[in-house]
Each structure stands twice: as C-alpha cells, then as structure tokens.
Design a protein around this ligand. Structure first.
Ligand code: HEM
Length: 490
C-alpha cells in the first residue's frame, strides 16, 4: 500500500476524537498574552511528542526490514518435524530485519560492522525466529562476556566516542575473537547493501524428527544478488553523502518489484557425531568446514513487501532466539543459551510486556493461547476466559510434547566451566585458514584495514597483544600486520 492510501478524510481531531478548530495558533489570554492551560490540544500534542521515542535496541539499533516468503524446496522431514518444513513447495510468510550492530538508531549504514539478519517465520505452529548475522561466526563464545564486548564497541564513558583502545584491548585479551575479526576486516566487512550479503543462523541448533532423532543444524542464506562489498574509502564517502544508503536500497528495490532473494542451505550433523567432531560443534567462533558437512539446499527466501509504518513494524518488532516451534530447539552453545534469556528481557523493557500482541510480532498463521494477562496496553483479547490451568472450564491445555529433545552427555558437576575443547580446537586455527584462503589482493586490503585501526591505539602493549593473535593464526599475517602498524605509528 502506498502512503497516499493512508490519507484520511474529515476534520482533524484530538486523541479523544473531538474536532479541532485551530491547529496553527495556541490559545492565549488576549492577543499577545500568555498561553492558557485550557488549550488541551496544545498540551496533548506536546506531551505526546515527548513520548514518541522508545528506547532504541541496546545493540542492532540501526536497521531496516521487509516482509517476504519462504518456500521449502527439499523434503527435510527426516531431520525435523516442524510443520512449516513438512512439504516441498510449502510457503511461509516471513519478516526479515537487517541491522548494523554498534551504531545508534540514526547512524550511517555503510560502516564496517557485522550485519544482523533477524528472520521471523510466521508458521502454523507459532512464530519461529532465527536471529543471526551476515557472519557464520562471532567474536566470543560465552554470553557472560557479551556486555563487556559491546561496551568496547559502543561509546567510551569518558570520551563519549568509540575508542580504538577499548576495541583492541578487548580483542587482544580475547583471542577467541581472532577468527571473526579477520572476517570483519576482510572484504566482506562492509557490504554494499542489505541485498548483497549472506545470512547465517551462526549458532548450531537442534532439529528433531517424528521418531525423536536429534540432528545438529547450521543455517546459511546465500544471496541470489551476489556478494557485493564496499572498500573502506567508498564506505567513508557514502556514509557522509547518504547515511541511509542500505535502508533506501532495500525499500526502493522492493518498490520497483526487484525482489531480493536468498537460497537457503543447511549443514546437518547427526547427534552422535558431535562428541568426537574435530571442532566443538557448539563453539560460535568456529565454522563446520564444508568438506566435513556439505551445505544442503532446502529452500528460497524472497522479500517482497515493505512495511507501511517503520515505527510500528520495524522499531517495535521483536525477534528472539528463544522463539522455537515443534521440531526445532537450542543447542548447548553457551552464547545461544545466554541469548535465550536476553532478548525476551530486552523486549519487555524496550517495547513492553505485551510486545508480542502487536501486529508485526503476533503469530499470523495461528493464534497465541496463553494464560498470561493484563499489563501495560493489554487489549482485552481474552475476554472473560479463565486465566489459569488446569481448569474445568475448557482449554487451552498443555500438549505434554516438548518442542525439542533432551540433550545428553554432560558429566561434570555445576560450575563456571569453559566450553569443551575438541581435538583440533584452538582460538587461531580457523582464522589462519581464512587468511590462507584469501587472494593476495584480499590479504593486502585486510592488513591495511586492520593496521589503520590498530595504529590508533594509545599504548604499544595493546597494539602488540592484538598483533600477536594474528601472528598465531598465521606467521605471514602477523609479520605483515606488524610492519604495517609500525609504518603508520612511526
Ligand atoms: C550472548 C550474546 C548476545 C546477547 C546477550 C545479545 C543481546 C541482544 C539484545 C539485548 C538485542 C536487542 C533486542 C531488542 O531490543 O529487540 C540484540 C539484538 C540482536 N542481536 Fe544479539 N546478542 C548476543 C549475540 C548475538 C549473536 C551471536 C548474534 C548473531 C549471530 C546476534 C544477533 C542479533 C541481531 C540480528 C539483533 C537485532 C534483532 C532485531 O533486528 O530486532 N546477537 N542482541
């Protein structure tokens, strides 16, 4: 629907619906006199205006979104009993929000930062949210480090700006970040648009089939538009002349009927292979190399409809890694486990306890039937129905069938345990592999991008520690980076 279609007829009114006589001049005690409290229109307008903003997302504040369709192209019922994945050709409505991570709501799109790829499937068994990024891995592997990590990406408490010292101090002291940082400062670190990037579920998730068998799964969304990136120089320029570049590109492509699409693939690991796999399959800083688990094409995602109201549908949209449907569940990935709490909590704070009643967030192919009630802006949807279970007055009732299967194999007692280390796990092995995969040109740009940023830190030991991590990934990588940083620091 176009903006014109929303023009309403008839007189302007107050929020309570009374006609407004004058929307240009406030009411005064005589000509030139002070304004009167009885001008309720003025007070209502000023008061409402003061409350127009809700807290922006603490991360991923800057973003754009569109509705679309997911079509299943392969029978996956041997791995999952999820109904929306039950039949080849089946279509499910979706909503996908792209974002940058560190910038505030009004920041520029064309920056070096991961892109969020938050996808909601409105399935007949409830909404399934896959809240991923355009990178298959992440900087850290335990949720307990996330607030510290994000503090280093955001504004310093004293300077009020992002500081190279904080970023490199944290990364240098968190060697598990080396793989993701190598990725981020390579060519894919600044996508040309939201249409020209891949999406990844990033974590490992559980799929379970009708027979109760468990599989570990990773999701990949490969852009059909092709990968396109910006160089650092192009991005700096574009951020200045067109800070909304990605948001505009997505909206305009959909407006002209040039619907972007992604080919959806999964990697599948039978549950009994997890314990002896060469990498910890639940470690978010690692990929599963394709030669171990080849990607299998299962579907196509197309974006074909713009939201009509950005605040209602994008700013108030909520995505949670804890929104599962029957046949899909979490893995023991320590990052994912932390996220299962963090998002719902953020939504209740940011949008409110009834955020999931809003049109963009509520199930569309089924309805929510809960015994939760009331709270801010409750719309009375349950009428006089009983609000407890068990009851003798009729549903809704529990099903006795969990969405996912129990995960077995944990031996030690409770404690602050590090995630298990598998035979080929180190913090550096896959960062080195990624570096060696790059062409000579790509390596040159990677070194230049990293050196440009590392050279800004104020203390030598922070720079040295950061470089040491890349040296451990690959000797040549470390040597070249050290020389480039030295040349810039003088
Ligand atoms: C333990 C680690 C993490 C924590 C505690 C965390 C927490 C959060 C929070 C609180 C939000 C804001 C939610 C809102 O206000 O609606 C958010 C947004 C987001 N996060 Fe995370 N996050 C973590 C790791 C990750 C990872 C590993 C990924 C990707 C693989 C990711 C992807 C996203 C995306 C895409 C959004 C934006 C969702 C949207 O478009 O509304 N996060 N995160």
């Amino acid at each position: 629907m176009t903006q014109e279609a929303h023009v309403t007829q008839g007189p302007l009114t107050t929020e309570a619906g009374a006609p407004v006589a004058d929307n240009q001049n406030s009411e005064t005690a005589g000509v030139g006199g002070p304004v009167l409290v009885q001008d309720q229109l003025l007070l209502e307008k000023l008061a409402h205006f003061n409350r127009e903003r809700i807290p922006e997302r603490v991360v991923h504040a800057r973003g754009a979104a569109a509705y679309g369709t997911f079509t299943l192209t392969r029978d996956v019922s041997r791995w999952t009993r999820a109904k929306f994945l039950s039949e080849v050709g089946k279509q499910t409505e979706t909503f996908l929000r792209f974002s940058t991570v560190a910038g505030n709501l009004g920041s520029a799109d064309a920056v070096r930062d991961p892109r969020g790829f938050a996808l909601k499937f409105y399935t007949e068994e409830g909404n399934y949210d896959l809240v991923g990024n355009n990178t298959p891995v992440f900087f850290i592997k335990d949720a307990i480090k996330f607030p510290d990590f994000i503090h280093t990406q955001k504004r310093d408490p004293y300077t009020g700006s992002q500081e190279a010292d904080n970023v490199w101090d944290f990364w240098g002291l968190s060697p598990e970040s080396t793989h993701q940082v190598t990725w981020l400062f390579g060519d894919r670190g600044i996508p040309a648009s939201y249409r020209h990037l891949n999406g990844y579920g990033s974590h490992t998730y559980q799929w379970n089939n009708e027979a109760g068998e468990v599989f570990w799964v990773k999701y990949h969304f490969k852009t059909d538009q092709g990968i396109k990136n910006l160089t650092t120089e192009e991005a700096v320029r574009l951020s200045g002349v067109d800070p909304d570049s990605h948001q505009r590109d997505l909206r305009e492509a959909i407006e002209r009927g040039d619907f972007p699409s992604w080919t959806v693939q999964i990697q599948v690991m039978p549950a009994d292979e997890a314990a002896d796999y060469r990498f910890n399959p639940f470690d978010l800083t690692k990929v599963w190399p394709h030669e171990d688990y080849p990607p299998i094409e299962i579907g196509r995602l197309e974006l074909n409809r713009n939201p009509e109201n950005v605040f209602a549908e994008v700013e108030q949209s909520i995505f949670s890694p804890a929104h599962f449907v029957p046949g899909i569940g979490p893995s023991p990935d320590k990052m994912l486990q932390g996220r299962l709490f963090a998002y719902g909590d953020a939504h209740r704070y940011r949008v409110g306890v009834n955020a999931d009643h809003l049109p963009v967030n509520r199930p569309r192919a089924t309805e929510a039937r809960t015994h939760s009630r009331d709270g801010s802006l409750y719309d009375g949807r349950h009428g006089g129905a009983k609000n407890y279970e068990p009851n003798s007055f009729g549903g809704p009732f529990q099903t006795d069938r969990p969405l996912w299967q129990p995960t077995a194999g944990f031996t030690a007692g409770t404690g602050s345990h590090e995630a298990p280390v598998h035979s080929e796990d180190t913090d550096f092995v896959q960062a080195g592999d990624l570096y060696r995969l790059m062409s000579e040109d790509e390596r040159g740009r990677l070194i230049e991008n990293l050196a440009g940023f590392i050279s800004k830190v104020s203390r030598d030991e922070i720079a040295e520690r950061a470089i040491a991590n890349f040296r451990q990934a690959d000797g040549d990588f470390g040597k070249r980076l050290e020389a480039a940083v030295q040349a810039l620091r003088g």
